[in-house]
Design a protein around this ligand. Sequence first.
Ligand code: MG
Length: 480
Amino acid sequence: MPRTARLALLLAAVLAACAQGSPESSSPDRPPNFVIVFADDLGWGDLGSYGAPVIRTPHLDRMAAEGQRWTNFYVTASVCSPSRAGLLTGRLAVRNGLYGDRVRVLFPDFVGGIQDEEITIAEALTDLGYATGMFGKWHLGDRPRYLPTRHGFDYWFGIPYSNDMMSTLPREERRAAFLDPKIEYWDVPLIRSERDAAGEIVTETLEQPADQTTITKRYAEEAVDFIRAHRDVPFFVYVPHSMPHVPLFRAPDFEGHSGAGLYGDVIEEIDWSVGRILDTLEEEGLAENTVVFFSSDNGPWTAFRTQGGLAGPFREGKGMTWEGGMRVPGLFWWPGTIAPSVVTDEIGSTSDLLATFLSLSDGAMPDDRPMDSLDLAPVLRGDGEGPRDEMPFYRGSELHAYRVGNYKAHFITRGEYGLGGERMEHDPPLLYDLSVDAGEQWDIAAAQPAALAEVTARALQHLAGVEVAPSQLDLRTGGD
Ligand code: MG
């Protein structure tokens, strides 16, 4: 064989070996993977990069240092079920039905849940060939037809509702139990659900009560295993932690880990779990092809005092339409695409993740229904303006407040969540300029009538475009 031919053969073999050795994950044609880590009741001010004074969150701070930190990021509701439904469907709870006016979240005996007509992020990405795994708390209905594996997830390991449900204690002892929590006080099941080889959904209860001291670690380890097993296909991993929702539990090696008590230990364990995921993505060579997003489903549960977190400079917390209830951390990490250490004051919402992920994966947005989802990709890439300048603040089916630009008007306010409190209708509405008064202390309605008129007009315009769906939560009293 002539030398040149031998060389050509050799080079062809080298090329073939390179092609084989090079994981599919580095293919430029492959759409990015998506990871969402969603804490439960974590406050805006509980992360180092958002000014936490004592709690240490080096892994989440690394996401901020290497990625993008949003200072005006919101959830669609200030409590669990409607907030999670907003994130997964890209639609407000008044449209997808996961709201209630008699009760605010789903409980284990309820008949309602997420409707089959809704398109979750998991379903939209499944259609594009993604593998989808969920590791954590669902809270969109616990009857079999509502569970995650019926709504787009190939695999689910987690709990069906909040970790403080299914109490085994008499009513009068329940509140005190949070101060000295024991696993057996809350008979919450830990469930695994997946499709078998024949395509049938197999769901089993692994533990009841779930061992909540190890649950944060197990979500992380299960997510890591899923990422490793699916490194060669696009994947969507959703990690909605059940912490730091009370009752607070952490693993023995995180006892006293923080200088901020039990709550701080819990946050530091969640931070550790984020580190496990980031490290795994790097070890597998997937970091540059994976968008990781971190946030919380609502503000801190201030009624639990020292067992709740901090809302940073914002007023009130969970359950409220003040900023502390709905403004949350928003961290995006995507090495090589998102420039490091960017802080943006663009307005974003968890309901925007659907449009953003579909934009980045070349998917098409649903066009047969009203959506509340805007594409944040230009901000992430640093090549365009943010698309959002309005934010509605709902409690149940009622619009309580509305933000346009930096102005926010409150039409209705309520007292502290979990401790009762009066409903107050404001006429004229309260008006705050969040650019100079992030804490919503100084009502400027009288001084700024034009701004108040503009926000009110935009709120009315928004309401005119909303057809309120029947409530899935209030079905509780609907005859079952
Ligand atoms: Mg919550």
